[in-house]
Design a protein around this ligand. Structure first.
Ligand code: FE2
Length: 246
């Protein structure tokens, strides 16, 4: 099975469409989306519309999805994020709002083989930012392979008998081979708001038969996504950061 793993689209239609164009010639058996369809970006309706049509799809909610649905207090977000959440609440169609609010909470086990979660297997809002965090997350991982998002940094954590080791994925294309006697927690990076100083959108392709994960970065129309953010009077910094990858 070949799984396309993607997350943190954040209402960036241009990045999402570029992702689907980028993978259009690749064989994909299942789409795995790890949440945060909305927030920050100016196209929440279009993002939901596109994602919900992907088939077959395993999808869980992220913290911004929760906040837009009123399931999370807006006060826990920084002012920039909070203003985009407030705007998204007003702009979302009733149908898309209903769809968003019905998204399941992770972790979710897919095909009895892998786990998807937004933040960590024990807490959808937790940020895995280092080996210490990852070591805790591995304690709650019920499959050998887990995918997470939330931090917007592509990275791999490997747990062997004696250690948990992690590394950021820095290249625009990077293939890793999974070892049989190790467990993995993998972040594919963010589609719509990368934060590792590489503004290209990110995704990963997991091939369960080959036991490989390929990380990809690809260009998209950043200027168009920025124009839309500014046209909606969202904080200009939300547009600026897209070009910087922060
Ligand atoms: Fe996010």
């Amino acid at each position: 099975m070949r799984y396309l793993v993607f997350t943190d689209i954040h209402g960036n239609r241009e990045a999402l469409e570029a992702l689907l164009e980028f993978v259009s010639r690749k064989k994909i058996d299942r789409y795995l989306c790890l949440g945060d369809l909305v927030g920050y970006g100016a196209s929440p309706d279009e993002t939901i519309e596109i994602v919900r049509k992907l088939k077959p799809l395993s999808l869980i909610r992220g913290n911004h999805d929760k906040a837009v649905c009123g399931l999370d207090a807006i006060e826990t977000f920084n002012p920039m994020a909070a203003s985009a959440i407030t705007w998204s609440r007003k702009t979302l169609s009733r149908e898309h709002s209903r769809y968003l609010c019905g998204l399941p909470k992770g972790p979710l086990i897919v095909d009895g083989l892998l786990t998807i979660c937004h933040g960590a297997p024990f807490d959808e809002d937790f940020y895995i930012f280092g080996e210490f965090d990852a070591a805790e997350a591995f304690l709650y991982l019920e499959t050998r392979i887990g995918f997470f998002g939330h931090t917007h940094f592509p990275c791999v954590y490997v747990k062997t008998e004696d250690a948990v080791e992690g590394r950021l994925v820095e290249k625009d294309r990077s293939l890793i081979r999974l070892k049989k006697n190790a467990a993995y927690l993998i972040n594919p990076g963010s589609v719509g708001q990368p934060r590792d100083r590489n503004p290209k959108a990110a995704c990963a392709l997991f091939d369960s038969e080959e036991s490989t994960v390929c990380f990809y970065r690809f260009e998209y129309d950043i200027a168009r996504a920025q124009e839309k953010i500014l046209a909606q009077n969202l904080p200009p910094a939300l547009a600026e950061r897209l070009a910087l990858g922060i």
